[in-house]
Design a protein around this ligand. Structure first.
Ligand SMILES: [Zn+2]
Length: 490
């Protein structure tokens, strides 16, 4: 056995399948042994010992749906976490792997877009990360690139059914599914009905319903349910597996359940916000609901209850954040790039075309998204485990293991076993925290979870054997994170 560099003693180890007391030995980047009284077997050879008495030792969280430093929409407003602040926030919140997206611009090849995204991440990211490729067009050149993209470690492709410019029509989606099936790629689908949204945005604007509170009215749950059913029908026609991102409507989840019962290979994810927040937050006049402008929007209490049910019975596989923060100034229409420690390359900071007269931009001009990467694991622990909805093993499964399996990272990530990367969280289940934006590391001046009280927070976090968070604060070097060349889904 290689020389042990770090020993974690007296912790309660939790995996998706087991709960047990054991010591854990790490050599370099890997877990090398689990067992009782490991220290006595390694006299003098241990560089560091962490005492995990009273703590849970869990696999590092995996958030496979984040948007760091992401230029959104026609105005290219860039999300306010860059690769450093976003991954530091993730780490402090117990997440040691994120998967972000590559979206090629017009005229740019998918592989060129990947290279330029990598150019942003590789000197800044502090945890390991991968990418999904956006299947944002179905032209000959892109189809011919699919194989190279998969071989470069991105076997999952995002397909948008909504949004001008990047969405695929049903016919294009069939072509995409056929192409991915041929090469072994996994389609991951944003299911909302584009025409419904377009129509309702027009209707509401014509009626003068332009305040942020109108946003959810333009993206109804029935539109998500319909698009989910349609996506799954297309998958059935092509005989392709499919993953649904950010399921938020009970009707969409129901479509997934029916397909699974028939044996169709379908998986689904849910965002923290669609488990914990409802559209009641979007009801007030004025600017306040702008904080919750995102797609899909916040849904009803019945929908959030359905999402918890989906996690409990396994029709939803894991919990993600869709972390895509914008500062309140950005939400208010300020086009200026947020205060990155350094400006991301290629970012054009355009001034506002017209300042909004009353300080409240129309809902369809507000960048969509909210922060969440740092709070996901503690929130799921508190509202899942403490409130009796999930076992600790289900909590680990939904925050780490299931995503590792679907996205080709298992068993390197997502579990605690000899040979796996030592990506671990020493989680204090009794630490009481009142969530507040100013105590978080996310580069955003608000959190949708402001004031929520949770019991349980990460104390120390290891990434590939290195302690990068101690007592809640990031202590690692910048740029230590590595790009993960992912394999096929399991
Ligand atoms: Zn997203």
């Amino acid at each position: 056995m290689a020389a042990v560099t770090l020993l974690i003693q007296n912790g309660t180890l939790i995996t998706a399948g087991d709960t047990y007391q054991a010591d854990l030995a790490i050599a370099g980047e890997k877990i090398v042994a689990l067992g009782q009284n490991l220290s006595q077997q390694e006299p003098g050879g241990v560089a560091e010992i962490l005492d995990a008495s009273g703590l849970l030792v869990i696999p590092g969280g995996i958030d496979p749906h984040v948007h760091l430093q992401y230029p959104q929409g026609p105005n290219r407003v860039v999300s306010s976490d860059d690769w450093f602040t976003g991954t530091v926030a993730a780490a402090c919140g117990g997440t040691t792997t994120v998967i972000d997206f590559v979206e090629a611009g017009p005229g740019e090849t998918w592989m060129d877009a990947f290279e330029s995204r990598l150019g942003e991440s590789e000197y800044q990211a502090v945890i390991d990360y991968g990418f999904h490729m956006s299947f944002n067009r179905a032209d000959e050149r892109s189809l011919a690139e699919a194989r190279s993209v998969i071989e470069a470690g991105m076997p999952s492709f995002k397909i948008y059914m909504a949004y001008d410019n990047i969405r695929l029509t049903d016919a294009e989606m069939l072509i995409a599914l056929e192409t991915l099936k041929e090469h072994g790629g996994l389609p991951i689908v944003h299911a909302e009905n584009h025409d419904v949204i377009k129509h309702l945005v027009g209707r509401h604007r014509a009626k003068g319903h332009v305040e942020p509170r109108w946003h959810p009215h333009t993206r109804p749950a029935a539109g998500e349910a319909e698009a989910t059913q349609r996506a799954l029908a297309l998958a059935e026609i092509v005989d392709s597996p499919m993953h649904l991102v950010h399921v938020s409507a009970a009707g969409g989840l129901d479509a997934i359940r029916r397909c699974r019962e028939r044996g169709q290979p379908v998986t689904g994810e849910v965002c923290t916000q669609h488990l914990l927040l409802t559209d009641a937050l979007c009801a007030s006049p004025g600017f306040e609901p702008a904080k919750y402008i995102m797609a899909p929007p916040l849904r009803t209490n019945a929908d959030t209850e359905a999402m918890w049910g989906g996690l409990e019975n396994g029709n939803l596989d894991f919990v993600v954040t869709d972390h895509c923060p914008f500062t309140l100034a950005q939400k208010r229409g300020e086009r200026r790039t947020p205060e990155f420690r350094r400006l991301p390359e290629g970012t054009v900071a355009t001034p506002p075309e017209e300042p909004w007269s009353d300080g409240v931009p129309p809902f369809n001009q507000i960048p969509g998204g909210a922060p969440g990467v740092e709070t996901r694991v503690p929130l799921l622990h508190h509202f899942g485990v403490n409130q009796g909805r999930l076992s600790l093993n289900q909590f680990v499964y939904h925050t780490s293991t299931a995503a590792a399996k679907l996205f080709g990272l298992y068993p390197r990530k997502g579990t605690i076993a000899p040979g796996s990367d030592a990506d671990l969280v020493l989680f204090d289940p009794n630490c009481e925290v009142t969530i507040s934006a100013d105590a978080l590391h996310q580069n955003c001046d608000y959190t949708p979870y402001q004031g929520m009280q949770v019991r349980g927070w990460p104390r120390s976090v290891l990434s590939r054997g290195e302690v990068i968070v101690r007592d809640g604060e990031f202590v690692g070097p910048e740029g230590r994170g590595r790009y993960l060349k992912r394999g096929f889904y399991a």
